[in-house]
Design a protein around this ligand. Sequence first.
Ligand code: 2NL
Length: 343
Amino acid sequence: MTTVIEELLAQLRDLEREGLEAVRAGGDAGALEALRTEYLGRKGRLTGILRRLGELSAEERPAIGAEANRVKEALGALLDERAASFASAADDGPRVDLSLPGRARWQGGVHPVSLVIDEICDIFRDLGFSRVAGPEVETVEYNFSKLNTPLDHPAADMHDTFYLSDGVVLRTHTSPVQARVMEAFQPPVRVVVPGMAYRRDPFDASHAPGFAQVEGLAVDEGITFADFKATISEFVRRFFGADAKTRFRPSFFPFTEPSAEVDVSCRICRGAGCSACKHTGWMEIMGSGMVHPSVFANVGYDPEKYTGYAFGMGPARIAMQRYGLPDIRLLYESDMRFLKQFV
Ligand code: 2NL
């Protein structure tokens, strides 16, 4: 037969084992408080055991009392430790939920017109041209007069040019930059000049009042029309592909003589004729020519000593051909739904 003291010691041992196990498994602060009440509370299991102290002799009581205190402290300490760890976890704020799907990052991209500008300038860099820039607000003198364009020429008309004040305009082409380059540097000169230019045009499917341009200029002793044709044909092959053919058509510009329009064999039908090239088999990509001797004289170059060629193209027009765009306004409206496609 077991004695009462043996029974109480066994109960204390069980209570300690079960209690420690339950506290270790306790999943949150609330569960721990419930366990504290269940085991150590005023009407809890430990109190239940101690209530039987009266059944023991005065000599037996201290041993059970001491053991009960030890169990109470062990359980209490573990409860405090676990509760503290939950409290500090809560202080860290919301936990990171690693199962959430990632948020897409904002992706910047280069504008399609800038892509074309950079590609053009990179090709000409390989052909020996430097890239330069200049002011968008220009004087009438640099925008028209130095370029052999009389002020009664239709291009200089108030109707076609944004005049800011007497003698000051938004440049109608980037050519004034080349004039400034020639005044600042002696030949040989080889430059490409990308930038915005402005003309008083209606904003429609094929015109924009502000548009990007890339012009080029090469000046040296002995430059001929053959150099010009070879350089432009090489550019066309590198930009449009090895099988792209180049065609030069007579034209007129006040600042070049002779002048030519440059066409490339249609990239869509390969010259057979389609709606993209209006059934001609060719797409116009630039205006060009040999620099007019008067332009050289105007910037202080000796027209008897130097010759050169110049050209101008619209990268937005080329972007329209390349990406099959029906309307130039898509390239100048900054609509993210359109531009996102080029990221
Ligand atoms: C076009 C035609 C052209 C030039 C630009 C130029 C510049 C100097 C001297 C001579 Cl400084 N010419 N530039 C020459 C021919 C054509 O542009 O249709 N541009 C979009």
